[in-house]
Design a protein around this ligand. Structure first.
Ligand code: THU
Length: 161
């Protein structure tokens, strides 16, 4: 028997002001995208913005449904848009932000388990890491070098040969 360890480093910025211009801009796009959310049930508005390898920036937001489990997270809405409109183009960076009605947006949130699996699929398919920028409307920002770090021992297409 041997023990194995998984760990990863990520960057923590005290605020958006410390970040480089391109990252700052993408986080601002994600913040703006929270306004595209349809969240009448949770009142939690999530926005995501992606910088593609061709320089395009696309964004998406969570879309809920009266049948609650049908809700689509912002990340998966955005991945579906990218995959449909630019099926051959890798995502370089994805920024995620949020606004909860009646609660502060002052710390990063990170993608749910389902979105981690979808992000990981996209990263694997494009053979290109997706850098993540996670931040609220204010406060600290996390930068994670690739999505796979968020899903250790993931189930991947490699198993389905
Ligand atoms: N949500 C996202 O859009 N992304 C996440 O990573 C976590 C949760 C949405 C789903 C639902 O519409 C609302 O936030 C509350 O869970």
């Amino acid at each position: 028997m041997k023990e194995q360890k998984f760990e990863f480093n990520y960057q923590v910025f005290d605020s958006i002001a410390e970040m480089m211009e391109a990252d700052k801009n993408l986080l601002l796009e994600a913040r703006k995208a929270t306004n595209k959310s349809y969240a009448p049930y949770s009142h939690f508005h999530v926005g995501a913005a992606a910088l593609l390898a061709n320089g395009e920036i696309l964004s998406g937001a969570n879309q809920e449904n009266a049948a609650y489990p049908m809700a689509l997270c912002a990340e998966r809405v955005l991945l579906a848009t990218v995959s449909s409109d630019y099926p051959e183009t890798p995502i370089e960076v994805m920024a995620i932000s949020y606004q909860g009605e009646g609660q502060p947006s002052d710390h990063p949130i990170s993608p749910c388990g389902m979105c981690r699996q979808s992000l990981q699929e996209f990263e694997g398919r494009m053979k290109h890491p997706i850098r993540l920028i996670l931040g609220g409307m204010e406060g600290p920002v996390y930068v994670i070098e690739n999505v796979s770090q968020l899903l250790p021992l993931a189930f991947t297409s490699e198993e389905l040969k």
